[in-house]
Design a protein around this ligand. Structure first.
Ligand code: GTP
Ligand code: MG
Length: 205
């Protein structure tokens, strides 16, 4: 899929203020600093579209981007950032959980995981929660450029084996690098396929 146009629409802390749920939506989530905003910039080919930072905690709100006038990308704040107060963590949880459970046009959640790290409890628990709520998601292993390809493969295999212990069917995964654009075509193709499937379902309804 080609990205003809990608524009920032709005930032919100409340689901009620988000754009009308009339187009398929893809939300990016994961630990602070895992590379959510960078991946959105890489996919859209616009470096400054989503704000990035080397310091965790950059993205604070629900950010909507409109792509090709046809679907939304959503950049969310990260979780698991140790220096955040308990109060903000509770607020984060409320805002994000409400958004994830209630956003009716949410087509798929992309859960970002750092390809350099072994499975972390906070991510495994987050995915368990998505599964329990019946929210569709895929996994994205980020920052693959930071180590050798064989090291990435090894870590991904370990991750999938861990997932197999609690999942009958392990969700689909992608390997990405915002630096060298690894995984870009695969993710855009996946989104195109889901968009197509949703359009067909709407036709048949
Ligand atoms: P929060 O908004 O704080 O939750 O973080 P985020 O997940 O949006 O991360 P962000 O995209 O801001 O990236 C965090 C840091 O990691 C930045 O310094 C990025 O340049 C760097 N980074 C992100 N993706 C990659 C990647 O694929 N490769 C490399 N080498 N660095 C990356
Ligand atoms: Mg961010």
């Amino acid at each position: 899929m080609n990205i003809q146009e990608a524009k920032f629409l709005m930032s919100n802390s409340r689901l009620e203020d988000c754009p009308p749920p009339t187009l398929p939506e893809y939300a990016f989530i994961g630990r602070s600093n895992v590379g959510k905003s960078s991946l959105i910039n890489m996919l859209t080919g616009q470096k400054g579209l989503a704000k990035t930072s080397s310091l965790p905690g950059k993205t604070q709100l629900i950010n909507h981007f409109l792509i090709n006038n046809n679907w939304y990308l959503v950049d969310l704040p990260g979780y698991g950032y140790a220096r955040v107060s308990k109060d903000s963590r509770v607020k984060w949880g409320r805002m994000i959980n409400y958004y994830l459970r209630k956003r009716e046009n949410l087509a798929c959640v992309f859960v970002l995981l750092d390809s350099r790290h072994p499975p972390q409890a906070v991510d495994l628990e987050f995915m368990e929660q998505l599964g329990a709520e019946g929210i569709p998601f895929v996994m994205v292993f980020t920052k693959a450029d930071k180590q050798s390809g064989s090291r990435t493969q090894q870590n991904v295999v370990t991750y999938l084996q861990t997932m197999q212990q609690s999942w009958d069917e392990v969700p689909r995964h992608f390997i990405t690098s915002a630096e060298d654009k690894t995984g870009r075509e695969e993710i855009l193709q996946f989104i195109a396929d889901v968009n197509e499937q949703l359009a067909q379902e709407a036709d048949n309804a």
